[in-house]
Design a protein around this ligand. Structure first.
Ligand code: SF4
Length: 318
């Protein structure tokens, strides 16, 4: 039995939890490789043309796994997120693409077996109920699955704590590699993790900024205290329905207030629905505090255009 997990979508937020859970149960996990031209092309040819680029890429990874031996797929059912920062509102949600992903995949690929336990979170605590229901599926008793879940939950908390305390990107912890520089000059790249850390789709904007001599801060490195302070500065409609949009808004405001950050790149998929009001709800305020540029990425984005944008932005920062 091999559980297929696409290296796409919410992989860079929750893979350590998922991996630990299945490792503890003795179930093999197969992960698709990093996005490359072939995976991207498969995604572009199989996903609905109106979907955003990250969803098209997700299809590319699913099809790689279908062709490479995964026989059960993990497509978690993304559910309610509650937040202790009450000013953000009690509940927020992932984009409908992720909420509906398991059902869409069942309809797209009826021949594949799918498990879709619920990812509902109260801050960093994941609701165990639907994970414990997987006991029979893997031939384990409730106590064994409960133990696996608790270890996975602890792994998730530790993953978040390390990103914040050690200023590491999720990709650095998951892949066990050092990417960032040790420069004192910092720049922030804030965006959805499935674009920020997909170095093919994002045209490796992180690597380009590191090569230009910057230490890069990303959304997952923002500390709890920075978030708590930032949320007080979200002047207009602190609550937003969308979980990742709220995370981006707090991160943007936090790095705007970080005196070591010279400038901010807001990285966004071209036709993202939930992010369409970012200008109104945060960017106009951030712009008063710090230089910021928005880079919108789609499948037609090219190296030459991005290099020109980056050079122009770095000139502004000097
Ligand atoms: S939040 Fe935006 S980028 Fe993310 S899946 Fe939804 S539409 Fe795509």
């Amino acid at each position: 039995m091999k559980i297929g997990i696409p290296r796409a979508g919410l992989y860079y937020l929750y893979f350590p939890f998922w991996k630990k859970f299945f490792d503890e149960l003795g179930v093999e996990v197969v992960v698709s490789p990093k996005t490359d031209k072939q995976i991207m092309d498969i995604g572009l040819s199989t996903a609905n043309g109106e979907a955003c680029l990250p969803i098209k890429i997700f299809y590319g990874h699913v099809n790689w796994l279908r062709a490479n031996g995964a026989n059960i797929f993990l497509f978690p059912q993304m559910d309610i997120m509650t937040n202790s920062l009450k000013k953000l509102g009690e509940k927020s949600f992932f984009c409908p693409y992720f909420v509906g992903m398991s059902d869409v995949m069942r309809a797209e690929y009826p021949e594949i077996e799918i498990i879709s336990p619920k990812m509902a979170m109260d801050d960093k605590t994941i609701d165990p109920e639907s994970w414990l229901e997987l006991a029979d599926k893997f031939g384990k008793n409730k106590a064994e699955v409960k133990s696996a879940f608790e270890k996975a939950q602890a792994e998730h908390v530790s993953f978040i704590a390390r990103m914040q305390a050690e200023q590491l990107m999720p990709v650095e912890i998951i892949d066990g590699i050092k990417i960032n520089s040790s420069s004192k000059d910092k720049i922030a790249i804030i965006g959805h993790p499935y674009l920020t850390y997909d170095f093919h789709a994002s045209l490796n904007i992180i690597g380009k900024m590191i090569k230009n001599g910057y230490f890069v801060r990303t959304m997952e490195m923002i500390t709890e205290s920075e978030k708590a302070e930032a949320v007080e500065s979200l002047f207009l409609q602190p609550h937003n329905h969308w979980f990742l949009t709220n995370e981006e808004r707090m991160a943007l405001m936090a790095v705007a207030k970080d005196k070591d950050v010279k400038g901010i790149i807001y990285l966004t998929p071209f036709n993202c629905g939930p992010d369409f009001l970012m200008e109104t709800f945060v960017l106009k305020d951030v712009r008063k505090l710090k230089p910021i540029t928005t880079i919108s990425i789609d499948e037609a984005s090219g190296e030459a255009g991005l290099a020109t944008r980056i050079e122009a932005f770095i000139d502004v920062l000097k």
